[in-house]
Ligand binder design. Structure first.
Ligand SMILES: C[S@@+](CC[C@H](N)C(=O)[O-])C[C@H]1O[C@@H](n2cnc3c(N)ncnc32)[C@H](O)[C@@H]1O
Length: 218
């Protein structure tokens, strides 16, 4: 998937993936993870997700990486914040309060940028990528985060022939294939997600499972 695909979508405001509310499985399961207050959470392929705001209300510092400057600028504008912007290697770093959002390519993220993160929050990041990029993404993510960091992952599964992604169908077997060698994979909840996703129903999807996982390095 070309980078231009995403930057164009943001320019055209074709952002059906953006949820105007905080993801419900995040608010229900995150507190059970007992992560230290004031610790940092890494949000790859962050968009302008409200989930980052919720994570900050839980006391976390939030480090995001996002390709589109439209998304990053709108995130701060929506929150009524004026970020400081400076160049950091291949990224533009937008900072305000608990948020540090790197505008640029996730695949250029260095371990240094995420060195003190205790957790990754992945909603609509892994599933936004086609098979070859998913593999690169999972390898890259595992290689940059601290070995103690957990991954909270929300993935979707649907009959693949019914729709071409993104979002792509990522069943449990695919999560195992991508992360199973290095992480223990726990399903927190697998639930029917079709009613909550009119968008995908309109695109022809007849069954949708939304699964929240927590991945812990062995
Ligand atoms: C499906 S959206 C999900 C956004 C966000 N996680 C959410 O829940 O709303 C995927 C996002 O990843 C961004 N993206 C895609 N490829 C990227 C890359 N290589 N580096 C950084 N961001 C990328 C896109 O611009 C888009 O905002």
């Amino acid at each position: 998937m070309e980078k231009a695909f995403w930057t164009e979508r943001w320019k055209r405001r074709d952002i059906g993936f953006h949820q105007p509310h905080v993801h419900e499985q995040l608010t229900r399961f995150w507190p059970t993870l007992n992560l230290p207050v004031a610790s940092a959470v890494f949000v790859p392929l962050a968009g302008k997700s409200c989930d980052m705001v919720w994570l900050a209300t839980q006391g976390h510092r939030v480090i995001g990486v996002e390709l589109s400057d439209v998304a990053v600028r709108e995130f701060f504008k929506d929150g009524g914040q004026t970020p400081e912007i400076r160049s950091e290697g291949p990224f533009d770093l937008y900072s305000a309060g608990p948020f540090n959002l790197y505008r640029g390519d996730f695949f250029e993220t260095s371990p240094d940028m995420v060195r003190d993160t205790v957790a990754v929050y992945d909603r609509a990041a892994l599933i936004a990528l086609p098979t070859d990029l998913r593999e690169r993404y999972a390898k890259k993510l595992a290689s940059i985060i601290p070995s103690s960091a957990i991954i909270f992952l929300v993935a979707l599964e649907y009959p693949e022939h019914e729709m071409s992604g993104p979002p792509f169908s990522v069943p449990r077997a695919e999560v195992e294939r991508l992360y199973g060698d290095t992480f223990d994979i726990q399903v927190l909840e697998a639930r029917d997600g079709l009613d909550a996703s009119g968008n995908l129903r309109r695109r022809g999807v007849s069954a949708l499972q939304e699964t929240a996982y927590v991945l812990r390095r062995r």
